[in-house]
Every structure is written in structure tokens, then in C-alpha cells.
Design a binder for this molecule. Structure first.
Ligand code: AMP
Length: 208
């Protein structure tokens, strides 16, 4: 299964992608997670990416495409993958198509997780993640169990100001890839409003 997850920040892509990769036994390739790991490791690429991420801007295409190319060179992607947060621009979508064509493979589906902007800011500001398990919680909508509360982290780009830039980047740079996948007949729209379990149920029925 070769899938892409598209959607605005805070739509629930990370949460839902983690559930799908368990089901389909495919690697979860999140460019956001890869950039955060590079920032933490203090690599030159991480330092460059951090400058954009902090303010909610997209990391330049050449850096992002290079990162994904390297990841695709690893053998675990041969049997399939779940791309979460990539592509996010038309040049990224074109680079992905070229890479897949060169490998003689095709995408199976593109899931677009739709959540209205007015719900995004609340979702993101209350978001916390568990660095040990990767689990994502929301202080109100998906409260963490008390035993993990002390170790939860709040992403530094999950502030109101950065979220507004991320939403703007989504509408300006990422939304234009939707017609690209709609024309190819791969796009499946999923209503991302609801509890994580409700959204998983909608995705599962969409994929069967
Ligand atoms: P995410 O975890 O997917 O919300 O990504 C966090 C941040 O990483 C984004 O706001 C961007 O700064 C950067 N990023 C992640 N994926 C991409 C991408 N495909 N293109 C450009 N920047 C990205």
C-alpha cells in the first residue's frame, strides 16, 4: 500500500497515520518527525530546517525533497509507505511522481483529511505528545492518562502565532496539490471532524 496523507496542520494526520501503518504494516514517513529529529540531533540540515519550522513556514523544497529521496533509498519503503506531511507543495508532488515513475510503481491512494480552519487553532494549542511512545494527545479532546502527563511535550510550533502561519502556508502552498491528485482519480476526502476513533472508522470504511 502506497499512501499519502494530506490535510491542514492539526487535522489529525499524525494520529491517524500511526493507526494505519500498524494495520497495513508499512513505514510511516513523516517529514515533520524527520525534521524534528534532525533539529534534536543538531545536524546542519536540522539547524536550517529549525529556522523555518519555528515560525510555521515550510522548509525549502530542495531540502525536503532531498530528505525524502534519502528515506526512499531505504529498503523498507519497497513494499509500501504512508507519507504524512509530504508532499506539501506542487514541486514536491512532481518530484514524488517522478521518483515513483522511475521505480515503476504507483500511489494507491491520497487521503485528504478535512477540518475547518476555525477548529484548527484550538486543536493545535491543546496538543501534547509523548516522546516515549509517540502518542499524540489533546488536553481537552483526547486527555492523556495521568501517569504520562509529566513527560508530555508541547511542540514549539504549536503556538497560536505559528499555527496561523502554518495554516496560511497550507492554503497557499499545499492546497494547490489537491487538484493534482483529484485529476488523477487518487484523492479520497475524509471528514476529519470527530473523535480520533470516529475518524479512524471513516478512514477504514473509505479504504475498503
Ligand atoms: P508537521 O509535523 O507535518 O506539522 O511539520 C512541522 C513543520 O515541519 C512544518 O510546519 C514545516 O516547517 C516542516 N515541514 C514538514 N514537512 C514539510 C514539507 N513537506 N515541506 C516543507 N516543510 C515541511
Amino acid at each position: 500500500m502506497r499512501m499519502i496523507f494530506i490535510g491542514p496542520p492539526g487535522a489529525g494526520k499524525g494520529t491517524q497515520a500511526a493507526r494505519l501503518v500498524d494495520k497495513y504494516k508499512i513505514p510511516h514517513i513523516s517529514t515533520g518527525d524527520m525534521f524534528r529529529a534532525a533539529v534534536k540531533a543538531g545536524t546542519p540540515m536540522g539547524q536550517e530546517a529549525d529556522r523555518y519550522m519555528k515560525s510555521g513556514q515550510l522548509v525549502p523544497d530542495e531540502v525536503t525533497i532531498g530528505l525524502v529521496r534519502e528515506r526512499f533509498a531505504q529498503p523498507d519503503t519497497q513494499a509500501g509507505f504512508m507519507l504524512d506531511g509530504f508532499p506539501r507543495t506542487v514541486p514536491q508532488a512532481e518530484a514524488l511522481s517522478e521518483a515513483l515513475t522511475a521505480d515503476g510503481v504507483q500511489l494507491d491512494t491520497v487521503l485528504l483529511l478535512e477540518v475547518p480552519d476555525r477548529l484548527i487553532v484550538d486543536r493545535i494549542i491543546g496538543r501534547r505528545s509523548d516522546p516515549e511512545t509517540g502518542e499524540i494527545y489533546h488536553l481537552t479532546f483526547n486527555p492523556p492518562p495521568p501517569e504520562v502527563s509529566d513527560r508530555l511535550v508541547h511542540r514549539k510550533d504549536d503556538t497560536e502565532e505559528a499555527v496561523r502561519s502554518r495554516l496560511e502556508a497550507y492554503h497557499k502552498m499545499t492546497a494547490p496539490i489537491i487538484p493534482f491528485y483529484e485529476t488523477s482519480g487518487l484523492l479520497q476526502r475524509v471528514n476529519g471532524v470527530g473523535t480520533p476513533d470516529e475518524v479512524t472508522a471513516v478512514i477504514t470504511s473509505t479504504l475498503t
